[in-house]
Ligand binder design. Structure first.
Ligand SMILES: Cc1cc2nc3c(=O)[nH]c(=O)nc-3n(C[C@H](O)[C@H](O)[C@H](O)COP(=O)(O)O)c2cc1C
Length: 356
């Protein structure tokens, strides 16, 4: 592990959060990343959708929205990197400030609003890395001023299905008005059917799996509807979860009342519980990706035991630096060995048995 980034972390923390993020991306683009990916213990590998993940710890969407640094992030040891959210046309996002550190709570609040360079820019970068090792997904969204949401997601699938190892349909950002309404069953069925046919037009053999990313703020009925839609639509997996608009009691930071999506430690328990519930509701029939508050091997392991085949993180990277990825993997391998699991796949859902 290159210690430069961890050493630079206290300095980055002196900058406003969005400036620090830009500085990190700029540094990664000029090559401040370790030389090559570490070899992961074989117990951490998992095969899903015919793709071999060397380890189950991924970078969540939102860090590398424009696909500028996926290879640098893979070199920090992530088993996969999710780029995006990308919208068809570039858009500036919401007025600044729009990203806040809740240091005392180990959390962030963001209301970025899908600031990104658009599909052409992302496509060009993914074309440039075509053929390289390492799994890179693409998270798709819609433009704020779009009047046809389905057309926007379809444009994303058409542009990126041949270049990404998996696609995520993001209907769960709290920062694009109306987006979360797409989580209703009828909307989801129409959206996923359109995306599956667009994907099939671009890649007829072995198309990338299509995953659905959901919010943690759904009602009980809403959760049941999503599970039904996921099963009926034939989506390939569910990413659980995006940021929350809830403000759990006990937040201490002065920024706790900023509007936007809350991520990090306060989201951990809620999002892990939602993994378990979605496992039950989808009867273990599709892989789940657990994301929300992962900051340790124990957090990742809890999501896996709740039913996640993969996990992702973003916020903890801001507080712990990229050395965290190696620590999580080391501790995960230790927990598997301690509990007698030969592989991640054996531990998936261990805490949420399904009726036979
Ligand atoms: C600054 C920031 C930007 C984000 N942008 C996106 C995004 O563009 N698309 C998306 O699906 N999720 C986005 N997320 C949500 C994360 O992918 C993740 O679901 C959430 O932060 C919970 O994980 P964490 O607690 O490890 O950060 C963003 C999160 C943060 C903190």
């Amino acid at each position: 592990m290159n210690p430069l980034f961890d050493l630079g972390l206290p300095l980055l923390r002196l900058l406003p959060p969005e400036t620090a993020h830009r500085a990190s991306i700029a540094a990664l683009r000029v090559g401040i990343a370790p030389g090559g990916p570490e070899l992961d213990p074989s117990s951490l590998g998992i095969t899903l959708w015919g793709r071999r993940f060397p380890n189950p710890v991924g970078l969540a969407a939102g860090f590398d929205k424009n696909a500028e640094v996926p290879d640098a992030m893979l070199r920090f040891g992530f088993g996969f990197v999710e780029t995006g959210t990308v919208t068809p046309r570039p858009q500036p996002g919401n007025p600044k400030p729009r990203l806040f550190r809740l240091v005392e709570d180990r959390a962030l609040i963001n209301r970025l609003g899908f600031n990104n360079e658009g599909l052409d820019a992302v496509r060009t970068r993914l074309v440039a890395r075509r053929g390289r090792a390492g799994l890179v997904g693409a998270n798709l969204g819609k433009n704020k001023d779009s009047t046809d949401a389905i057309a926007d997601y379809v444009a994303g699938a058409r542009a990126l299905a041949g270049l990404a190892d998996y696609l995520v349909v993001n209907v769960s950002s709290p920062n694009t008005p109306g987006l979360r309404d797409l989580q209703r069953k009828t909307s989801l069925l129409a959206l996923i059917a359109a995306l599956k046919s667009a994907r099939g037009e671009v890649v007829s053999t072995d198309p990338p799996p299509l995953l659905l990313k959901i919010a943690p703020d759904l009602s009980e009925d809403g959760r049941a509807e999503i599970a039904e839609a996921a099963l009926e639509s034939g989506v390939d997996g569910v990413v659980i979860s995006n940021t929350t608009v809830a403000r759990p009691a006990g937040l201490r930071s002065r920024h706790a009342h900023e509007s936007g999506g809350l991520s990090g430690k306060p989201l951990l328990a809620v999002s892990t519980a939602l993994v378990g519930e979605m496992r039950r509701l989808t009867r273990g029939r599709m892989p789940l990706v657990g994301v929300g508050g992962v900051a340790s091997g124990a957090d990742a392991y809890a999501k896996i035991r709740a039913g996640a085949s993969l996990v992702q993180l973003y916020t903890a990277l801001v507080y712990e630096g990229p050395g965290l990825v190696s620590r999580i993997k080391r501790d995960l391998a230790g927990f598997l060995a301690r509990d007698g699991f030969a592989s991640i796949a054996d531990a998936v859902g261990a805490d949420v048995p399904l009726p036979s």
